[in-house]
Design a protein around this ligand. Structure first.
Ligand SMILES: *Cc1c(COP(=O)(O)O)cnc(C)c1O
Length: 366
């Protein structure tokens, strides 16, 4: 069986270092708000060239904390609108509604699966406060046009960088392009912890200050609470694991790029639409997503032939039961994507035999 993502094998590459890090942290007796988190924050800030990084408990919290801090600053208030791609993972939308803000769903571009930037301006109203771009599947979503729209309408740009750590736009890393960015280190992400973790990056010192306080009960000075905060902190042990794995991220992303380009050059099947592969090194291929009108058949065929695949994602946010108020919106491109996409295995620990086998299977599928 070719696994969709072999987390055991991915972490086995670093097992002896991970074990000695774990043993250090256990020996130190210090598990939260310590040197290891501080060091990881510095390492990530250097890596993406951002002024401030604040570690937190997970990627959803990173986005929640960003929006919450804009509310505290007075940039946004309850009922304000945030523009977001309709085909994103539900966490982007949950962060918005959790803050009593309104998600304004915009259709993606079928060539990139990212928000269609040319459709953003039509959705701007006097209540719009931000555009949340999602670098979905590891592909950068950014342009000068996007910057111009945000500037003209005085909107913040928030990056959901959960799937694209390490990606680049014109020599700059995603997560440093907008006003603030959320990162996830969920184990399956390109930089994965051994549990949940996340981070916020921002160049705005006020946002950084408030995010840090709110993630720690709303407190700057212990037992003095300026905000009604939450508890969203990164564990020392996860921070130490992440500082180690961050050193190998560019190398691992490069392997993903090579696999993606191998798939794109070698899979030739008129019934399978391959992802568009940018010729720069911008894409970090968190997922390799193909599209076909016979998606379920293709998934069954691959399973029967020993290849595990996943669907990202089977139900779009606006069709979820928890968002009944959005169920009637018509988003034909988004719905088409959710009906047709299938993610093939892609990871830095796949063997060439596995990759070749997947190519042959795809080419033989009718
Ligand atoms: C994974 C993910 C998140 C949430 O991150 P968690 O760490 O799982 O909370 C948010 N947005 C996108 C696009 C994601 O893929």
């Amino acid at each position: 069986m070719i696994k969709f993502l072999d987390l055991q094998k991915i972490n086995a590459q670093y097992a002896s270092d991970l074990k000695s890090i774990a043993s250090d942290v256990i020996g130190s007796g210090w598990f939260l708000l310590g040197d290891k988190v501080k060091l990881f924050e510095e390492n990530l800030a250097t890596f993406i060239n951002s002024k401030q990084v604040i570690a937190c408990a997970n990627g959803l919290d990173a986005l929640r904390l960003i929006l919450r801090s804009y509310i505290e600053i007075g940039v946004m208030q309850e009922g304000d609108e945030i523009i977001v791609p309709a085909n994103t993972y539900i966490a982007s939308i949950l962060a918005i509604t959790d803050n009593k803000l309104v998600p304004v769903l915009v259709e993606p571009d079928l060539n990139t699966y990212n928000i269609d930037i040319s459709k953003i301006e039509n959705h701007v109203t006097p209540k719009t406060r931000a555009i949340m771009v999602v670098h979905l599947y590891g592909r950068v979503c950014w342009s000068y046009e996007l910057e111009r729209i945000a500037k003209n309408h005085n909107l913040k740009i928030i990056e959901d960088n959960a799937q694209a750590i390490g990606a680049m736009w014109e020599g700059r890393r995603t997560g440093s392009l907008g006003d603030a960015a959320g990162f996830s280190f969920y184990p399956g992400k390109n930089l994965g912890a051994l549990g949940d973790s996340g981070a916020v990056a921002t160049s705005d010192p006020e946002v950084a200050h408030i995010v840090r306080a709110i993630g720690n009960y709303g407190s700057v000075i212990k037992y003095e609470n300026s905000y009604m905060g939450l508890n969203s902190r990164m564990d020392e042990i996860q921070a130490a694991f992440l500082s180690l794995k961050l050193k190998y991220l560019d190398k691992e992303n490069e392997i993903r790029r090579r696999i993606a380009s191998f798939y794109v050059s070698n899979i030739h099947n008129p019934n399978v639409i391959l992802p568009n592969c940018p010729d720069d090194n911008s894409h970090v291929w968190h997922l390799f997503v193909v599209r076909t009108s016979k998606r379920n058949e293709l998934q069954i065929y691959l399973t029967e032939n020993g290849v595990q695949t996943l669907i990202h994602y089977p139900i779009p946010p606006h069709k979820q039961k928890c968002y009944q108020n959005l169920n009637q919106i018509e988003l034909p491109i988004t719905e088409k994507i959710h009906n047709e996409v299938l993610s093939l295995p892609i990871s830095p620990v796949m063997t060439i035999e596995e990759i070749e086998r997947i190519v042959v299977l795809l080419n033989n599928w009718k």
